[in-house]
Design a binder for this molecule. Sequence first.
Ligand code: DX5
Ligand code: ZN
Length: 225
Amino acid sequence: MNLPIIAPSVLSADFANLGRDIEMINNSEADWFHIDVMDGVFVPNISFGFPVMKAIQKQAKKTMDVHLMIVQPERYIKDFKAAGAAILSVHYEASTHLHRTIHAIKEEGMQAGVAINPHTPVHLLKDIIKDIDLVCMMSVNPGFGGQKFIEQTYTKCADLKEMILAAGSNCLIEIDGGVNEQTGPKLLAAGADVLVAGNFVFAASNPTATIAQLKSMVPYTSKQA
Ligand code: DX5
Ligand code: ZN
């Protein structure tokens, strides 16, 4: 897959016109659907659950990248597989037995991701980095679309890239929150592989063109290359 991978966040779609917005993503240069599931406990908001995901699954022609903002995510791994998840990310802060959960996700045939909150340092991922396919690095506090980007993310992203390269891992870095025309290029320069974008895409007058704008951003190239 050509980098950067672009994952519009369905959270910012118009739910009264969800079919139209899914079709827009299908016909755009987007690579993935980013699906945010919130339980009102791990985060102070409730988004949607399995019935909505299954409706998306019926129409989506691209990878469903599911970001769980829920406590005890290990309880629902099989259900998310059945609802169409190809990539399933659980929060570091919500997973007591993260290693077990990651392997349970992989046993269901999905790719496994770990999401980290803005306050969680990347070094805590050192002993799991070879087991995971993706780190979803939160660049806002999870719970809502359209929030202000936290500047510290650039340094965190560069540190994580260094850790991934040193480990010889193929893990992708996904940045979630406040991605736009200003932050996107700097994130890619710092090592990001996947850009999630909600408000930037769906509040735009031309969402398809905005996705194309993100896709045309210059991907990360190692300084040694
Ligand atoms: C926030 C979600 C994000 C959100 C990003 O809790 O995880 O995926 O939709 O939205 P924007 O791009 O609007 O910051
Ligand atoms: Zn998300």
